[in-house]
Design a protein around this ligand. Structure first.
Ligand SMILES: [Zn+2]
Length: 74
């Protein structure tokens, strides 16, 4: 019979480690605004380490009724 106690213990440790790792990833809340009509269409989060500058992304704007460039605003 395998050593069940040890297995359970290591699983708990792994869960704990996962929790710590999630906390360390810095997610910053940002708002994406349409550059055409200036409407704020999206609330999202970003990894500040991966995107230290303002994010720009093409997204659908329901006011322009087309895909436009959306920029991060404060
Ligand atoms: Zn728009």
């Amino acid at each position: 019979m395998p050593n069940f106690r040890d297995k359970k213990h290591s699983l708990l440790q792994r869960e704990k480690l996962h929790e710590i790792m999630e906390v360390e990833v810095v997610r910053t809340r940002i708002t994406l605004a349409c550059t055409e009509c200036k409407q704020r269409n999206y609330n999202t989060t970003k990894d500040k380490k991966a995107h230290p500058d303002r994010m720009e992304t093409k997204k659908y704007c329901r006011f322009c009724r087309t895909h436009t460039l959306h920029k991060e605003t404060k």
